[in-house]
Structures are given as structure tokens and as C-alpha cells.
Design a protein around this ligand. Structure first.
Ligand SMILES: [Mg+2]
Length: 226
């Protein structure tokens, strides 16, 4: 099976060199060349390449912008960036736009051939230096996330070491702003029983009144504040 390749680079000599390398590979066929990102879409529509080798620095439309355009119109095309830039910004931007590969012009011809094969079969291929930079960046981000203080979240736990389940329910209803009558109605008990519960709660929590009890309960995460 033949892999049809489109070469987009503003330097003719570079294109000729790459073309010569690729011609040694029987399954490769360079179908067209472009010298600017702005005619990449048109060339793809005309020549239907499987793989596009795309430079970044070019007049008019740069390679990353051209890749974005290409992928928008032809998501089936596999783009490999072939650039001098190993800067992580370029790389992440290119990958985000949908490039399947990122190579550096300093690489040798065997790696270029390997990359085209991998990408034409639906894989991804990054130059080792690019991979290294990405891994570094990934670690940096992971560390940054780990060091970020966790979002403040209160875990509400009932103070069962101190209060009975029923007293916990009463305490929660006090925190909800209920009067003795309100508590009584909510729990289907008499107001007198509520008063007993409240006085037990105050005593156990060692506070003087229900307001103090509620404040302390909120501070300790013993009640949910709606
Ligand atoms: Mg260039």
C-alpha cells in the first residue's frame, strides 16, 4: 500500500532533500509540495495525501494555523509537524490543533521514515526531545496541582461520642433555626421532650444557650448549614 505524502515547507532546498530521502522508501509517494501554509488546504483537496509534512515557520499562514485549517476541513489527514522548534508551546499548540506527529529538523532520515509509517497507520510520533519536554511540562503541572491547597470542604460528622442520635437530630434542627415547637413538630415529639433534649445538649456541650450550641456545632462540622 502506498502512502501519499504532501510536503509543505518554504525552503525549496529542504523540500528537495526530504523528497529524496522519502523516494528511497518504495511505499512512499510524494504527491505534491507547498511553500506556504495558506495553500495547504487546496493541495490536500487536489492531491488527497495520507500524510502531510508541515513546517511551522512559513510566510502568510504558519504551520500550526495551517494544520488547524486542514484538520477542520479534512480530519482524516494525518499531519506531522517538521520544525526547528522544540519549544513546548509550539508542541502543545500543534497537538491541540490535531497534528499526529511532531518532528525536529535535526532528526535523522530513519526516524522520519519511521514517523511517517507510524502516523499513516493512525499512531502518533514525537521526536524524543519533544517527548522529553512534554514529560517535563506534565510533571511541572502535576506538581503544581499537588501543591495547590485543596478546596475548603467541611465533612459533617455527627458528634455521636457526645450526643445521642436523637440529640444530634435536635441539634441539627436548632441549627436550621427551628423553635422548640418547630423541633417538636418535625420529630413528632412533645415540646417538653424537646426542652429536655435541649438542656441535655447544652450540658453535654458545656454551653449556656442554644445559640452557643449552634455556633459550636457549626464550627465543629457537626451540623449541615443549608
Ligand atoms: Mg520554514
Amino acid at each position: 500500500m502506498t502512502t501519499n505524502i504532501l510536503l509543505v515547507d518554504d525552503h525549496k532546498l529542504f523540500r528537495e532533500g526530504v523528497k529524496r530521502i522519502l523516494e528511497f522508501e518504495p511505499s512512499f509517494n510524494v504527491v505534491a509540495e507547498g511553500d506556504d501554509g495558506s495553500n495547504a488546504v487546496q493541495l490536500v483537496e487536489e492531491f488527497h495525501p495520507d500524510v502531510v509534512l508541515m513546517d511551522i515557520n512559513m510566510p502568510n499562514l504558519n504551520g500550526v494555523q495551517a494544520t488547524a485549517e486542514l484538520i477542520k476541513h479534512h480530519p482524516e489527514v494525518n499531519v506531522i509537524i517538521l520544525s526547528i522548534h522544540d519549544d513546548e508551546n509550539y508542541v502543545t499548540h500543534a497537538l491541540k490543533t490535531g497534528a499526529q506527529g511532531y518532528l525536529l529538523k535535526e532528526m535523522d532520515s530513519d526516524a522520519l521514515i519511521e514517523a511517517i509509517k507510524v502516523v499513516s497507520e493512525g499512531g502518533s510520533y514525537l521526536h524524543p526531545k519533544v517527548t522529553h519536554n512534554l514529560v517535563q511540562e506534565y510533571r511541572r503541572l502535576a506538581e503544581e496541582n499537588a501543591n495547590r491547597p485543596a478546596e475548603k470542604s467541611i465533612e459533617y460528622r455527627k458528634p455521636l461520642h457526645l450526643l445521642t442520635r436523637r440529640e444530634c437530630e435536635v441539634l441539627q434542627l436548632l441549627a436550621d433555626g427551628k423553635s422548640n415547637r418547630g423541633v417538636a413538630e418535625a420529630l413528632y415529639i412533645s415540646e417538653k421532650t424537646v426542652k429536655n433534649h435541649v438542656s441535655n445538649i447544652l450540658q453535654k456541650m458545656n454551653v449556656n444557650d442554644r445559640t452557643q450550641a449552634v455556633v459550636l456545632a457549626i464550627r465543629n462540622g457537626w451540623v449541615e448549614v443549608l
